[in-house]
Design a protein around this ligand. Structure first.
Ligand SMILES: [Fe+2]
Ligand SMILES: [Fe+2]
Length: 220
């Protein structure tokens, strides 16, 4: 029997308004949009519910700006807020499962996909950020080469990236290519389009802004 508390997925406009209310940092907002795009692509590839997967990606770091502390904050406040707003349990569990330290095992394809693309999105954006062409023409081979350089985007955890792909059961190159293709249509919005001058200005501005210890390109 249906109950009055049965949850229904809010619209993307509602989810984006919530994100904009909670997230002030440009870099975090871009990360959330990137993970959404990558999750939508994975849902299409794997027969998942695209809206559900996409909004899980969009909102997974909702509270990182306000409550970055893993001991007491992120992603607990996001989960509580999403529950209060009637988001479905699969989405809230997905958000919980991306934070290893909460100990919620990743079981569904959605949860495995989120873990696989989360950190990788940050790394792909970092690779694209330093190229004059931005994300356009970025190959899996060149992303892999950067992964082998420990000093490049050093805050990004390489082990998480490798483990995420393995647990999702997808070849590393295939996943990198899928993420690049998913992010490319959003290039300008993500700051990795061909407007090199804008990116340099962005980089200067971002460098001047204090950041959480996890680093600019690391996924929260
Ligand atoms: Fe993230
Ligand atoms: Fe996170």
């Amino acid at each position: 029997m249906a109950t009055t508390t049965e949850s229904k997925l809010p619209s993307r406009d509602d989810a984006l308004a919530l994100l904009d209310e909670w997230v002030q940092a440009d870099s975090l907002r871009r990360h959330c949009l990137a993970v959404e795009a990558a999750m939508r692509a994975q849902a299409r590839e794997r027969g998942g519910d695209e809206e559900l997967w996409g909004l899980t990606g969009l909102l997974h770091d909702l509270d990182y700006d306000r409550y970055p502390d893993p001991q007491t904050g992120h992603p607990r406040m996001a989960m509580a807020e999403l529950e209060r707003r009637g988001y479905p349990p699969e989405l809230i569990r997905g958000v919980a499962s991306h934070a290893d330290y909460l100990g919620v095992p990743r079981e569904s394809e959605l949860e495995l996909a989120l873990a696989a693309v989360d950190e990788l999105c940050g790394f792909v954006l970092a690779c694209a950020y330093v190229r004059p062409e931005g994300i356009h023409g970025l190959s899996a081979k060149s992303v892999r080469k950067k992964l082998k350089q420990p000093s490049f985007a050093a805050a990004v955890n390489r082990e998480d990236i490798a483990r995420g792909a393995a647990e999702l059961g997808v070849e590393h190159d295939e996943l990198i290519t899928a993420v690049v293709s998913a992010l490319e249509p959003l290039a300008d919005e993500l700051g990795v389009g061909t407007a090199w001058r804008n990116r340099v200005d962005d980089a200067t501005r971002e460098a001047a802004r204090p950041e959480p210890a996890s680093g600019r390109f690391a996924s929260p």
